[in-house]
Design a protein around this ligand. Structure first.
Ligand SMILES: Nc1nc2[nH]cc(C(=O)O)c2c(=O)[nH]1
Ligand code: SF4
Ligand SMILES: [Mg+2]
Length: 229
């Protein structure tokens, strides 16, 4: 798998926030979010091809149960299934962080689904060649539904930048089945504490009204937006 980084940190987002976890970051993405916080795994993918056996050696050396496979987009990696099978048989808890645009039936424990809203689309003027492909691919309802239907546990984690995003989130949720408000997480967009804090108030008010979960970005608050954290 093309690997941009592998590190041990605290899960900063989602239902398992606070859990010490090994992060395996696949390099390469089919989307191009304008606010992507890991451009080194999407816009300008860095890293080397690392065999699953070597990834397993590095994970074993850390010795944690929880593993988060993120990216980039892990579901476009040719050996994602081999990696998940190996992690499962070694007894790990697997979270997959995906934009849920590509389906693969791989063993996992938590599907962290982050469908991308219109706020993610690059402007035509700045990034014309990516804007159209991103817009075409960013929402794939049948893929999202397959994850919901097959995952042992899932979360729908929406990156929100403004109150207008709520309308789109509700349109998306209306096309999906078998979720409850407790599965819906609203995460402020931002890669610094000041931006996150400026969005905390209105996002938390929406969560109180709708019964959605507020999703912090604990690692950004703890470490700033730094690689390997
Ligand atoms: N600590 C920490 N928690 C995370 N949760 C999701 C992450 C991601 O980049 O997908 C992430 C990350 O990069 N670091
Ligand atoms: S889906 Fe994730 S990795 Fe890909 S461009 Fe968007 S934020 Fe970046
Ligand atoms: Mg991230």
């Amino acid at each position: 798998m093309k690997l941009s980084e592998l590190f041990y940190s605290i899960q900063g987002e989602g239902k398992l926030v606070g859990v010490p976890s090994v992060f395996i970051r696949a390099s390469g993405c089919n989307l191009r979010c304008t606010w992507c916080d890991t451009p080194y795994a999407s816009w300008n993918p860095e890293g080397d091809d690392v065999p699953v056996a070597e990834i397993m050696r590095q994970v074993a050396a850390i010795g944690a149960k929880h593993v988060v496979i993120t990216g980039g987009e892990p579901m476009i990696m040719p050996d994602i299934e081999d990696l998940c099978v190996a992690l499962k048989s070694a007894g790990h808890h697997i979270t997959i962080e995906t934009a849920a645009t590509v389906w693969k039936d791989v063993p996992h424990d938590l599907a962290s689904l982050s469908p991308k809203l219109a706020n993610s689309t690059p402007t035509e003027r700045e990034e014309g060649k990516y804007a159209a492909a991103h817009e075409r691919q960013r929402l794939n309802y049948s893929v999202i539904q397959r994850f919901i239907d097959s995952a042992p546990v899932f979360q729908l984690k929406f990156v929100v930048a403004g109150e207008a995003d709520l309308t789109e989130i509700e349109q998306i949720l209306a096309r999906l089945d078998d979720w409850t408000p407790a599965d819906v997480l609203l995460m402020p967009e931002g890669t610094d504490a000041a931006t996150l804090n400026s969005r905390t108030h209105w996002v938390s008010e929406v969560c109180k009204k709708r019964g959605y979960r507020f999703c912090p970005r604990l690692h950004v608050m703890m470490y700033g937006n730094r690689r390997g954290t």
